[in-house]
Ligand binder design. Structure first.
Ligand SMILES: Nc1nc2c(ncn2[C@@H]2O[C@H](COP(=O)(O)OP(=O)(O)OP(=O)(O)O)[C@@H](O)[C@H]2O)c(=O)[nH]1
Ligand SMILES: [Mg+2]
Length: 236
C-alpha cells in the first residue's frame, strides 16, 4: 500500500477516491516527516486576548484564520489527531483568544478567533477583528497563515479583507477548504478551481488550494507534509 494511503487510513480517513484528488506524490518524503511531527506531543501553552500578552517569539508560528465556525479549531484537532485539544462548537464565536499549541517543541500552531460573525456583541467582534489583523501583520516569527474557507461557500467579502492584510504585510498564506465531506466531488473540484482563480493575482498567496475534512481526515497527511516541509526549510 502506498505511504499516503497508509497514513490516511491510520487516522481513520482517506480512501482511494479522496487520495486521488490531492496532488501530493505518494513518495513525497515530507508525508512521513509530517506524520511523525504530528504524532508526537501537542500541548496548549498560551492564550492571548491582546497583542500585549503574546508569548515570547521563540518558535516558528503557523496560524489558522477564517470566518467563525469554518472549522479552525477542528482542523488543529484533526492535524494533531486529538479530539479536544482545541475547543470546538456548533455555535460560532467559540474561540475568543489567540490560543497557542506547541507541537513537539518545534513549532506553535495558533488557533484564532473567527471573524465575520455578527451575533456576538459588536465591541467583541471589533476587538477580535482588530486583534486578528494586528497579529497577522505584526508577528515576525509568523511563517505561514492558513486561511480557511468553507468548501460549500467559497471566498466571501469578509475573507478578502484578511487576504488584503496578508498581501500588504507580505505574510505567506495558503487557502484551505474545510468541510469537504459536505460537498460532492464535482462541486469540490469546481470550488478548488474557482478559488484558485480568485487568488491567482494575490501577491502572498500560495497558488495551490488544499481541500480538507477534519471529520474524515481527508487532506490531513498533505497538510502535515506542507508544515513539515516549511519547518525543514526554516531549520536549514
Ligand atoms: N461536516 C464537517 N463539519 C465540520 C468540519 N470541521 C468542523 N466542523 C463543524 O463545524 C463547527 C465549527 O467547528 P469549529 O472547529 O469550532 O470552528 P471554528 O472555526 O474554530 O469556530 P470559531 O472558534 O467559533 O471561530 C462544529 O460543529 C464542527 O463539528 C468538517 O470537516 N466537516
Ligand atoms: Mg475555534
Amino acid at each position: 500500500m502506498p505511504a499516503t494511503l497508509q497514513a490516511g487510513l491510520e487516522d481513520g480517513s482517506v480512501g482511494a477516491d479522496n487520495a486521488a484528488m490531492t496532488d501530493a506524490s505518494p513518495d513525497d518524503p515530507f508525508l512521513e516527516s509530517g506524520r511523525k511531527l504530528f504524532a508526537g506531543a501537542a500541548d496548549f501553552f498560551w492564550a492571548a486576548d491582546s497583542l500585549k500578552n503574546l508569548p515570547p517569539m521563540q518558535k516558528v508560528e503557523i496560524a489558522f484564520a477564517g470566518r467563525s465556525n469554518v472549522g479552525k479549531s477542528s482542523l488543529i484537532n484533526g492535524l494533531t489527531g486529538r479530539n479536544a485539544l482545541a475547543r470546538t462548537s456548533h455555535t460560532p464565536g467559540r474561540t475568543q483568544q489567540l490560543n497557542f499549541f506547541d507541537i513537539g517543541g518545534r513549532l506553535a500552531l495558533i488557533d484564532m478567533p473567527g471573524y465575520g460573525y455578527a451575533a456576538v456583541a459588536k465591541e467583541k467582534v471589533q476587538a477580535w477583528t482588530q486583534l486578528i489583523h494586528d497579529y497577522l501583520r505584526g508577528r515576525a516569527n509568523l511563517a505561514r497563515v492558513y486561511v480557511l474557507i468553507d468548501a460549500r461557500h467559497g471566498i466571501k467579502p469578509v475573507d478578502e479583507g484578511v487576504l488584503d492584510t496578508l498581501d500588504k504585510a507580505a505574510v505567506s498564506y495558503q487557502v484551505v477548504l474545510t468541510k469537504a465531506d459536505e460537498v460532492k466531488d464535482s462541486e469540490l473540484q469546481r470550488r478548488i478551481a474557482d478559488t484558485a482563480a480568485q487568488i491567482s493575482k494575490r501577491a502572498a498567496a500560495f497558488p495551490e488550494i488544499r481541500p480538507t475534512s477534519s471529520r474524515t481526515g481527508f487532506g490531513m497527511p498533505e497538510l502535515r507534509a506542507d508544515i513539515a516541509r516549511l519547518l525543514s526549510e526554516r531549520e536549514r
